[in-house]
Write a protein that binds this ligand. Structure first.
Ligand code: DGI
Ligand code: FE
Ligand code: FE
Length: 195
C-alpha cells in the first residue's frame, strides 16, 4: 500500500472536510515523527488512514466490532463516536491488505488512547488533536507542548478530552482513563508547574 493508494481510498470514502482533515493529520504526524524519531512513512500512512471508517453507517460499525474478536467488545458499551477507530484499523488490514501492527494499533487507539501507547500511537493521537484545522478550547497549549515533550502534550490532550466528557456528564472509555493514569505519573509534576 503506497501513500497514493491510501489517499485514493480515503478520497472515495470521506467527504471533503474530513478528507482534508486526514491530510493535515498525516502532515502533522510526519512532523512529529521527524521530531521524535518515529518511522515517517508509517506516520504518514496511519495519518491518512486513521479516520477511514468515520462515515461507515453505525449499524455496520456495530456489526464489525461484534464479529471481530480482536476488537475489544467493550467499545460497544461506549459512545458510537469512538467505534470508527477500531473498525478503521480492521478495514485497513482486511480490505486494503495493509498488514502492519504498528499502523493497526495507531488507528485502533487514535481516539481513546490506552495505557502503554507506542511512539506511533502517541503521534497519531496527538496529530489528530493538534492538526492546524482544530480549534477546540485548550488546543493551543497542547500545540506548544508538542514541540517540547510528546508525553506532556499527549497528557494534556487527554486531560482536555476527559474534562470535556465529564463536563457533559458523558461516560469516559476505560482506555482513555488508563492512558491518562499511565502518562500522568511521569508528566503530572511538570504539567502542574506549568499550569
Ligand atoms: O474522528 P475525529 O473527529 O478526527 O477525532 P476523534 O477520533 O478523536 O473523535 C471522536 C469523538 O469521540 C470526539 O468528539 C470525542 C468522542 N469521545 C466519546 N467518548 C470518548 C471520546 N473520546 C475519548 N478519547 N474517550 C472517550 O471515552
Ligand atoms: Fe477519529
Ligand atoms: Fe481524525
Amino acid at each position: 500500500m503506497t501513500k497514493d493508494d491510501a489517499i485514493k481510498k480515503v478520497r472515495e470514502l470521506l467527504p471533503d472536510a474530513r478528507y482534508e482533515h486526514t491530510l493535515r493529520v498525516a502532515e502533522t504526524a510526519v512532523t512529529l515523527a521527524k521530531q521524535y524519531g518515529a518511522d515517517q512513512e508509517k506516520a504518514e500512512l496511519a495519518g491518512i488512514l486513521h479516520d477511514i471508517a468515520k462515515y461507515f453507517p453505525e449499524d455496520e460499525l456495530y456489526r464489525t466490532i461484534s464479529s471481530h474478536p480482536e476488537i475489544p467488545n467493550v467499545f460497544l458499551n461506549y459512545h458510537s463516536s469512538i467505534w470508527h477507530a477500531p473498525v478503521g484499523a480492521v478495514y485497513v488490514q482486511e480490505q486494503l491488505g495493509l498488514l502492519d501492527l504498528d499502523i493497526y494499533n495507531a488507528i485502533t487507539y487514535h481516539t481513546t488512547g490506552r495505557a502503554g501507547m507506542s511512539l506511533l500511537e502517541k503521534i497519531i493521537f496527538l496529530a489528530d488533536y493538534i492538526e492546524p484545522g482544530r480549534d477546540h478550547p485548550g488546543v493551543e497549549p497542547v500545540r506548544k507542548l508538542a514541540n517540547k515533550s510528546l508525553d506532556q502534550a499527549v497528557s494534556l490532550a487527554l486531560v482536555n478530552t476527559i474534562n470535556y466528557l465529564i463536563e457533559r456528564y458523558s461516560p469516559v472509555f476505560p482506555d482513555t482513563i488508563a492512558a491518562y493514569n499511565d502518562l500522568i505519573r511521569t508528566t503530572g509534576k511538570l504539567l502542574k508547574q506549568k499550569a
